[in-house]
Design a protein around this ligand. Sequence first.
Ligand code: DX5
Ligand code: ZN
Length: 231
Amino acid sequence: MTFDRRIKIAPSILSADFADFGREIRAIEAQGADWVHVDVMDGHFVPNITFGPPAVAAFRKHVTTVMDVHIMIAPVDPFIDAFAKAGADILTAHVEAGPHIHRSLQAIRAAGMKAGVALNPATPASAVSHLLDSVDLVCVMTVNPGFGGQKFIDMSDKVRTLRAMIGDRPIHIEIDGGIDPTTAPLMAAAGADVLVAGSAVFRGGSVENPAPYGVNIAAIRAAAMAAVEKL
Ligand code: DX5
Ligand code: ZN
């Protein structure tokens, strides 16, 4: 993975057909996804359950871009090696998941993955100010994690603060939750480069009819890029 700040669209397979993940992943990649965003939920850190490392390992066989795994679980550390073995390229854990996020991030890198840290809406940018040498990605949640299809919470100020804190460091700013062609420009203008979108990518399409995925991805990308070009 080479680092760049160009806008990247990362469809979340939380909005895919859960009985057909392989074909759904191939469809979104064929329709222009830059990364594939995989949401792991434990029913404890967040009020929903999705899937764990064995499922993520099965997804890996279908991903040819970047597998971006967002773990909404606590504790984190006992599962890091399992996600490395499952083939995660990036593993993003929440700063709120436990008292030792610095240790978790070091363990993620030691296991051979890029390390991401996610911030819930209530958590300030300053929570990561002492972590910047230990992370490759900061994920700003623009919904409370747990479900797809929720209403966007504007975190422009937080993204701007993070962008200034990060400076020239090779750290991605990812936005997760409620991203569509109307909200993507706000986040891109504030300094985000990775836009996760679930419902706004999968709506209107299916594995039998994947063209709407491509239309949706292109619309989010165009809206975000227009905002960046205006800066
Ligand atoms: C929310 C997940 C998101 C979710 C985004 O907890 O982390 O990745 O799938 O879904 P939308 O784009 O529908 O808000
Ligand atoms: Zn996510």
